[in-house]
Design a protein around this ligand. Structure first.
Ligand code: V55
Ligand code: FE
Length: 483
């Protein structure tokens, strides 16, 4: 006998956040406005968290839950939609038990004793395509490989032994021009360890460089940024304490008295060349980009002047008030032996989920794509032009929301920002979704095409676009246009 399935009545699972628990397959989405641009062929993969079974707790948080991978397959003037669970070890054990076996977010000491030692990754954060392989990623575990056509889970992988850390980031950077893969693992030797490792892989996934070093504390390193010479690792004082998690506490605690530290790691060098910078407590989840200007490195980040995750309390158990994120440029002067951080706000509109034309990751760039949130609960897709300082916006309307935008260049060699934004839209009042296509150079004009989904695409975090040619060859094959 197993218990009936009952989800707790908490805000997380009300309305749009209601667990969906459904795999979908829709061949040929209904086109309700406009036309699909000619030549737009490939797959948009996105990943989010759903809930297979209740955890038995009321303190679930939105970054937890079993991974669901979604595919929008663009081919022959039609778009198919498919979603499948990421069949992780956690998922499979719960499927057999017909109930939740894993407790508080990332806290193995709150799990059912029957799953002691089972890998806890959910594969719920992003999709990555590299060297012909597709993966679902969660930062506390190794990648899960996914079949790019059927979305069947092939299994947990360590890149043929190359990953010697316990995990791999959910914010890797795949350079779609060189087909290099840059990634890392933090708490790389297990919960609360200060080890971190940077990995650089070549286009055939051969390991080119690996740099192990130590963080100042056991931080949450959700994202990083790259430049041509230096890799940027920010450490914010959201810290794991082994004793606290052993006692069943939160995986991270917010330490307002501790500084942020930033490590600049040489892309092709070793740990002895790492440069360190420091500043007052603040935090961020997501980096938009970084680039080098002579001996200065600039990092553009959705920056919170406080705790970006108010559901992680202080060591005294206090909850901090939410603060809005603003696009901010942190600068690091390699000639400054004091290691000071210079800070400048770039945009006064609160925004998150930053993306770019990924051919310009690590290089000077002009355009950034964000989600702007309005006071009325709706959100808008924004295109920020760094050259003019202007923000173009499109909102789906009151009460509705946009998910993270995916840029697709019009052609493999088109100019920066010349292309499309693929945006899942949450039609909250109708409890279903749309996928809209915006012209990235004219976002405020509204969609050039709208595809209707008769179902809800529960909020996804991140994803990637894989052009048709890359699905066949394993190479993105993009070019950087000369400015
Ligand atoms: C983040 C997201 C996560 C996570 C830790 O946005 C940090 C930051 C989607 O999962 O596990
Ligand atoms: Fe993220």
């Amino acid at each position: 006998m197993v218990e009936p399935v009952r989800f707790p009545e908490i805000e997380l699972y009300a309305g749009w956040g209601e667990p969906m628990r459904t795999e979908c397959e829709i061949r040929g989405l209904e086109l309700i406005q406009g036309d699909i641009p000619a030549g737009l062929e490939g797959a948009l993969y996105r990943v989010g968290a759903d809930r297979q079974y209740p955890s038995g707790r009321t303190d679930d948080i939105f970054i937890d839950g079993e991974g669901m991978i979604h595919m929008f397959r663009f081919k022959d003037n039609q778009v198919d939609y498919v979603s499948r669970w990421v069949e992780t070890e956690r998922f499979k054990r719960q499927k057999i038990a017909r109930r939740g076996l894993f407790g508080r977010y990332r806290n193995r000491y709150t799990n059912d004793p029957s799953v002691a030692g089972v890998h806890m990754g959910t594969g719920n954060t992003t999709a990555m395509f590299h060297a012909g392989h597709l993966y679902a990623l969660k930062e506390d575990d190794l990648p899960y490989e996914i079949d790019p056509e059927t979305l069947a889970t092939r299994g947990r992988v360590d890149f043929d032994g190359a990953l010697r850390s316990v995990s791999f980031t959910a914010h890797p950077k795949v350079d779609p021009v060189t087909d290099e893969l840059l990634g890392f693992s933090y708490q790389a030797r297990g919960d609360a360890t200060r080890d971190i490792v940077f990995y650089l892989f070549g286009p055939d996934r051969q390991l080119v460089n690996e740099v192990w070093f130590e963080m100042p504390y056991a931080a949450c390193v959700h994202d990083f940024a790259i430049t041509d010479e230096w890799i940027v690792f920010p450490f914010f004082p959201l810290i794991t304490d082994l004793e606290v998690i052993k006692a069943g506490g939160p995986y991270y605690q917010w330490h307002p008295d501790k500084e942020i530290h930033v490590a600049l790691v040489p892309r092709r060098g070793t740990a002895k060349d790492i440069r360190w910078f420091r500043g007052p407590a603040a935090s961020a989840g997501h980096m938009m980009n970084a680039f080098r200007d002579g001996s200065t490195i600039h990092l553009d980040v959705c920056f919170y002047e406080g705790n970006c995750f108010p559901f992680f309390p202080t060591p005294q158990g206090e909850t901090t008030a939410p603060v809005p994120p603003f696009l901010t440029r942190l600068s690091f002067d390699l000639n400054d032996r004091e290691g000071r951080i210079t800070k400048r706000r770039l945009l006064d509109v609160s925004c998150e989920m930053p993306r770019t034309d990924d051919r310009y990751q690590g290089l000077p760039y002009r355009y950034g794509y964000v989600i702007c949130r309005s006071a009325d609960g709706s959100s808008a897709t924004g295109c920020f032009d760094f050259q003019t300082g202007t923000l173009a916006r499109w909102s789906p309307g009151p009460g509705d929301g946009v998910q993270e935008a995916q840029f697709v260049p019009r052609t493999p060699e088109s100019a920066e920002g010349d292309g499309w934004l693929l945006v899942p839209v949450s039609r909250v009042s109708k409890m279903r979704s749309d996928l809209v296509i915006l012209d990235a150079r004219n976002v405020s004009a509204g969609p050039v095409a709208t595809l209707k989904l008769p179902v809800r695409v529960r909020s996804t975090f991140h994803g990637t676009w894989v052009p048709e040619s890359a699905l066949r060859t394993g190479r993105f094959g993009y070019k950087r246009a000369q400015a």
